[in-house]
Ligand binder design. Structure first.
Ligand code: SAM
Length: 288
């Protein structure tokens, strides 16, 4: 039986999404958030008022102390603990937290064990191995923008593709060429499998660094942390064709101005900011 590292932290409610996002970025195969909206499973200790419990599931070889130190620095007041567990106890219970997500009238994103309403278009994503089920605000913001910007034939770069959800959604909306990139080889593999499972075997998934890409796209969807979006800004802008758009997500509301300024300095024109909870996504355009 596989062994897993379970890293659990109790954080102020308002920082739960930040902690969850961080654990994904650290390579968690799955992340569970228990807050005041989700009832703890039977037997689980009750949450103190104003706190959320965020649990990340990692391969047993992961160094928990290093993650604990970075998490405590990022989320003041986090109380972090960890243990090694067998696969079975968590494999099924975390499915409770993935719900079907409707993207406008365009389509639904569902896990394989759920059904979208009869007669609607779907994107099926198996949660767990890579970030991107549609349940996270940063993904939902990108899906919302994609519903407005993808037209038949639009070429799309899904940068930081995780499960491939954005690339596959773009294909479902009628996109032409779709390239999904991730620096995590597991995500690349999962994105490829999800594309095939959704009937889009032609979608390309690759681990090529975006800095080495020599191609432009009508639309770049980039849901990565703010710090990475800033680091990669020149390379990202180079991938947007003249007149094309980029959606930058994975940014908290208070980071949005800084990210926007970096991309404006590189010549992009700001179009729109959309928000969900504490998360912002920015739409910028490259001049023709
Ligand atoms: C927040 S997840 C987004 C997943 C999915 N696109 C979504 O919207 O739900 C960010 C992804 O970016 C990837 N990533 C982080 N840094 C990257 C980089 N420099 N180049 C490519 N991918 C990167 C991570 O491995 C992770 O899969």
């Amino acid at each position: 039986m596989n062994r897993y590292l379970t890293l659990r932290c109790e954080v102020p409610l308002e920082l739960a999404e930040t902690a969850a996002f961080f654990l994904h970025e650290e390579g968690a195969a799955g992340v569970e958030v228990l807050d005041d909206e989700i009832r703890p499973p039977p037997g689980a200790p009750k949450l103190p008022e104003g706190k959320a419990r965020v649990t990340g599931y990692f391969g047993a070889e992961t160094d928990p102390e290093a993650i604990r130190a970075r998490l405590e620095a990022l989320v003041p007041g986090a109380v972090v603990g960890w243990e090694i567990l067998d696969e079975e106890p968590w494999a099924d219970c975390w499915k409770l937290h993935f719900r079907p997500v409707q993207v406008r009238d365009s389509f639904w994103v569902v896990p394989p064990w759920e059904k979208a309403p009869e007669g609607t278009a779907t994107v099926v994503i198996e949660p767990g191995m890579a970030f991107g089920t549609g349940n996270h605000e940063t993904t939902a913001l990108c899906l919302d923008f994609a519903a407005d910007l993808v037209r038949p034939g639009t070429s799309v770069l899904d940068l930081g593709c995780g499960s491939g959800i954005l690339g596959i959604a773009a294909a479902r909306l009628g996109a032409g060429r779709v390239l999904m990139l991730d620096n995590d080889p597991v995500a690349v593999e999962i994105a490829r499998k999800n594309a095939v499972a959704n009937g889009f075997p032609e979608l390309e998934a690759s681990g090529v660094p975006v800095e080495e890409l020599d191609e432009t796209f009508d639309l770049v969807l980039a849901n990565i942390l703010a710090v990475t979006l800033i680091e990669l800004a020149s390379a990202v802008v180079r991938c947007v064709r003249p007149g094309g758009s980029v959606i930058l997500s994975g940014i908290t509301v208070d980071q949005a101005a800084e990210v926007r300024a970096v991309y404006e300095t590189l010549g992009l024109a700001f179009r729109e900011e959309r928000r969900r909870g504490e998360w912002s996504a920015l739409h910028l355009e490259r001049a023709r």
